[in-house]
Design a protein around this ligand. Structure first.
Ligand SMILES: [Zn+2]
Ligand SMILES: [Zn+2]
Length: 345
């Protein structure tokens, strides 16, 4: 079935885009091994590196192999991380740690969110992901190559990607709150004033494309200065970044959440406030940009008001504060949108 579909697709490509077709030819195992690994003694490598090489040899085309692996990794991690949040939300035991306990997500909202996310993944991300391998090669990133980088190097590279992405996201996200961009692009993502994990990529395709640059251009930028980046490191980074994005939208802040141990880690507590208040808390992983530029003043004021309340009244006050913050958020959103209307009228 897959082989027949491949043959039909290749016939079309050879007819209309022979240049592309040439790069998608699948070779047999002996030829692929010779082309990709030459005289490297694969048996001297560790099991994971041997598995990696076997996968590329089995697929028989490095572009298809990288594309398939990238797409599957993204889907497995995204849904694998967000579905458990739906299960947690269905268990009353966890509700005491919900950031906006007064909000209930309906089955219709979950279904609509799933459809939009899948549509974006298959129509926008899938075609682009096939370009990933050629772009990686262009920038000098290792893909099919083995061995991998040492762990200390991977950790240092990933730390750089986290810092870069956070900076990129802070400014791009603030840009998306500018009237015309908000009204035409970012508004969809803000449909959830109390987000769920699955809504991390519930966004306009253009927003997905713009904000994805923060995740993937860090590695490419790195490649301009050094030639020791392996795509496996990028996969680890993308996995951690997806965990961060899904968790930040989970709507839950547990006593064991990372932000309680790393004070500069943003977590759901930070991003949930952004969805509720519309302003404040624009960054993704870290708190330093919002803190340095004062775009978390409302967030800290809200936290301080709740903390100052007597323990017996805290829940009641928190509820009142949540309502007030959300009301102000709706007003702030209305002002941004009316600005867009005036300018585009
Ligand atoms: Zn926003
Ligand atoms: Zn969000």
């Amino acid at each position: 079935m897959a082989a027949a579909a491949y043959d039909v697709a290749m016939d079309y490509l050879y007819k209309y885009a022979p240049g592309v077709a040439e790069h998608l030819v699948i070779s047999n195992a002996t030829t692929t091994k010779e082309q990709l690994y030459g005289d490297i003694a694969l048996s001297s490598l560790n099991w994971f590196e041997r598995l990696w090489a076997s996968y590329y040899i089995y697929i028989g085309n490095a572009i298809l192999a990288t594309g398939l692996m990238s797409f599957v990794l993204h889907e497995v991690v995204y849904f694998g991380r967000s579905i458990p949040w739906l299960i947690i939300d269905a268990m009353p035991f966890f509700h005491k740690w919900k950031l906006q306990p007064n909000k209930k997500i309906t089955k219709e909202q979950i279904w609509k969110c799933t459809k939009v996310v899948l549509l974006t993944h298959f129509t926008c991300e899938a075609p682009l992901i096939w370009l990933f391998h050629p772009i990686c090669c262009y920038f000098g990133m290792a893909t099919h190559e083995v061995p991998f980088s040492p762990v200390w190097l991977m950790a240092a590279q990933i730390a750089f990607f986290f810092v870069f992405e956070d900076m990129f996201h802070y400014w791009a996200h603030r840009g998306l709150h500018w009237g015309p961009l908000y009204k035409n692009i970012h508004k969809l993502h803000h449909e959830f004033s109390a987000p769920i994990g699955l809504a991390a990529e519930y966004a306009h395709p253009l927003e997905v494309m713009i904000l994805a640059q923060g995740t993937i251009s860090g590695p490419f930028l790195y490649c301009l200065f050094r030639n020791d980046l392996h795509i496996l490191t990028v996969y680890v980074w993308v996995t951690l970044r997806l965990f961060q994005a899904v968790d930040a939208h989970s709507g839950y802040d547990f006593p064991w959440s990372l932000r309680h141990f790393l004070p500069f880690w943003a977590g759901a507590d930070h991003h949930d406030f952004h969805h509720m208040a519309f302003v404040n808390c624009y960054s993704t992983s870290f708190r330093w940009w919002d803190y340095s530029l004062g775009t978390d003043a409302k967030y800290h004021a809200y936290k301080a008001r709740v903390a100052a309340a007597k323990a017996t009244e805290r829940e009641k006050i928190r509820e009142r504060e949540l309502e007030q913050v959300e009301k102000e958020g709706q007003e702030a959103e209305r002002i941004v949108e009316s600005y867009a209307k005036r300018k585009t009228a």
